[in-house]
Structures are given as C-alpha cells and as structure tokens.
Design a protein around this ligand. Structure first.
Ligand code: PLP
Length: 397
C-alpha cells in the first residue's frame, strides 16, 4: 500500500509531526551508529522522579488503585491542585474547576477541542512551543502568530494584539519554551485587560513555573483569577516540575462549564490518565518539595555557565533567560560564517559535523535561532560547548 492509497483526513494536511521529537529520533539514530552525540535537544528533565513519588505509586498498586477513575481525575488529586493554587495565589478554584489529563499537551488539546471552532482565530506568540499552532489547526481554527522580540527579551506584549480584536483566545506560555522568557506582572495585567476588553480567552501554559530564576518571583495568571475568572484557563503539568514526563499527568483550572466540556471530550478519548500516575501526582504535591528546589538550583547553575560560554563563541549571542531549561541563542552570525541558508541547515551541520544536537528556530516560528536544552549534565554541556567553539571559533573580545 502506498501513501496515495490512504486518504487521510484533510485536517492533517496543514499539521506536521513534532520537530523536537524528530531531532530526538535523529540523535538516537546517530548514536546507534556509534557517534557520541551531545544532545541539547531534549525537552525533559535528566533527573529521575523523586523517591517519595515512586513509593506512592507502589502503594497505589498494592492498594489496587487499578480501576477506572473519575474522568477529571481522582478527587484527592483535584483537591491537592486546587489547594496548591489557593495557597500560592489565593485563587479560589474548587476541585470541580480542575481537570487532569494525560500530560499538559493532552489537556491543551482537550481545551482546543472544547473551545475552538473552524475559522476561530487564536493568537500565539513566536517563538512558540511547537504544539500550540498544530493543535489549533487540528480543530480547524487559525493560528494568528504574533512576534515576541529578541530585543525585548522575547516577552509577549499585549500591544501587539491590538490589530487582532477578534480573537477567540490568546495562548501564552511563561516561562516560555523555547525562549525562557517570563511575562512580568505589569504585562500580565495588560494581557488580562486586552482579553477582558476584546472578549477573548486567555490560555496560560505555566508548565515551567517552578523553573524561574528571577529577578523577582514568578507571576502566574492565577494571581488575576478573580478578575479574569470566566475567560482564564490555566494549564500546568507534573512532567517538568517533578521530573515525571513518562507518568503523563497534566491539568487545567478554569470555569466550571469549560471544565465540564473537557471532561466530555476526555470521556470519549483517553477516559482519564493512569490511576497510578494520579496517586503519584498527589504525593508530588503533598509531599516534600526539596527535590524541586535542588533541581532548580542545578538548572540555574547550568544556565549560567551555558550562557556565559555560548557568548564566548564567534557568531552566537545569547540572552540570560529568566525561566525554563532552555536557551535560545541568535545564530545568524554563525550561520553566515558557515554559509548556511537557514537555521535548519545550521542545526543539521552541527549534528553531522560535530555531533551536537539542537533544535532549529524554524520549529518554533523563529528562524535564525536554535534551542539548546540544559537538561543534561554540566560535563556534557561543557563537551558540547567545546565542540561548538572548535567549529565556530572564539569571539574576539
Ligand atoms: N507546554 C509546554 C510549553 C511544553 O514545553 C510541554 C512539553 O514539552 C508541555 C506543555 C507538555 O508537557 P507534558 O505533556 O509532558 O505535560
């Protein structure tokens, strides 16, 4: 059977496979051929899930928590999530206004399915996380890509939405994958004001909220919950904060009618995420948090060293991103030096010539940059930077 014999749904035509996963596969294939790849590609923590969380899963198994659960997740989990937002942000979401699902990605998709109609316009700031536009397109809606600028620290600005007062929703992601940008409190206010005055939803993906390195503390849209109540959906995940990518637990908090719609979609899709993972997630929230603090400190150390050393390489300029575990250097100088037409070719050259895996900015709607994850050990980071320096040369100071 050839590809042309299979008449796939037209909605797939505009959608591409996750480019970050494609880089992972390419790095894996090289490694299998015996190449030592320094992999700056991964979008997941290199830490293991903390022991107390793993033990909670074992206990759940022993207690036969192996049956179907509530579609939105077990009450203990929804209560623990609501309590976290009440304690941290004084936000009054109750357990009925929380839905858990198979990771943040799945929860975002449930939201898209529940909210977006064909032709709806949805604003997304570039550089964006790869799945935002694809999920919008899968619903037949139209991504409206708005640029966040390097010179402005890649912060999404409300003023750039003024030309688009017909939006169904604005998707924001702070701290941002891939730029590491964080929305400051005054800009949150402006975005909220725009949403309230234009009648659009705010979908705030705060998957990396614990990996914020300052200055100041992280500002969540949850702090504007009372003001935006009927227009705000907040999304978060256990994947990054608790090094639980494989467990597949994410969640949304939002107004009850929308949460009921998410449940309806989920009831015909995955039903719910794994019962064992849900029990583990309850322990993640209620148990000791010291492993989160130590992961954050380690990421901060790596970020500082990586940014410092990238800025010593000819043709690369890298800001110090306040959050996430990615850096997003401008590589236009290095591209020109190597004669690369775009950052896709540049990333390919890094992979084939020096065994360094990065993700080209095109994947995030921002050509001229590459994303490097620092979810790998300092030793490997140093090895990768050394290879880049050998290829590109040191910056003349
Ligand atoms: N949102 C952002 C910005 C991400 O980077 C990711 C994962 O890379 C997710 C959501 C989804 O993560 P998960 O589905 O593992 O919760």
């Amino acid at each position: 059977m050839t590809r042309s014999d299979v008449h796939l749904a037209r909605r797939l035509e505009a959608v591409s496979v996750s480019p970050t996963l494609a880089v992972m596969m390419e790095a894996k294939a090289l490694r299998e051929r015996g190449v030592d790849v320094v992999d700056f590609g991964p979008g997941e923590p290199d830490f293991d899930t903390p022991e107390n969380i793993k033990r909670a899963a074992v206990v759940a198994l022993q207690n036969n928590l192996t049956h179907y659960t509530d579609t939105g997740g077990i009450l203990d989990l929804r209560r623990a999530i609501a309590a976290r937002y009440r304690d941290r942000w004084d936000a009054a979401w109750g357990p009925d206004e929380v839905v858990s699902g198979c990771g943040g990605k799945n929860v975002l998709f449930l939201i898209a399915m529940a909210l977006f109609e064909p032709g709806d316009r949805v604003a997304i700031y570039a550089p964006y996380w790869v799945s935002f536009p694809e999920q919008v397109k899968l619903c037949g809606a139209v991504p409206v890509v708005v640029a966040a600028r390097e010179a402005d620290g890649f912060v999404p600005r409300a003023r750039d939405l003024e030309a688009h007062r017909d939006l169904k929703a604005i998707i924001v992601n702070s701290p941002c994958n891939p730029s590491g940008a964080v929305i400051p409190p005054d800009e949150l206010e402006r975005l909220a004001e725009f949403a309230a005055s234009s009648g659009s939803w705010v979908i705030s993906d705060e998957t990396y909220d614990t990996f914020h390195y300052g200055p100041g503390s992280f500002a969540s849209f949850a702090s504007l919950h009372a003001r935006l109540r009927d227009r705000l959906v907040l999304v978060n995940s256990f994947s990054k904060t608790y090094a639980m990518t494989g467990w597949r637990v994410g969640y949304a908090l939002g107004p009850r009618p929308l949460m009921e719609a998410l449940r309806k979609v989920q009831s015909h899709d995955a039903t719910h995420t794994s019962s064992i993972s849900q029990a583990a997630a309850v322990e993640a929230l209620n148990g000791p948090q010291d492993s989160v603090a130590s992961m954050r400190e380690e990421y901060r150390r790596r970020r500082d060293e990586l940014v410092r050393s990238l800025n010593r390489i000819r043709g690369l300029t890298c800001q110090v991103p306040p959050g996430s575990f990615y850096v997003f250097p401008n590589v236009t100088g290095a591209m020109a030096a190597l004669g690369c037409a775009d950052s896709i070719e540049f990333a390919r050259r890094l992979m084939s010539e020096i065994g360094v895996a990065t993700v080209p900015g095109e994947a995030f709607g921002a050509p001229g940059y590459v994303r490097l994850s620092y979810a790998l050990s300092l030793d490997r980071i140093r090895a990768g930077v050394e290879r880049l320096r050998t290829l590109l040369g040191a910056r003349e100071s």
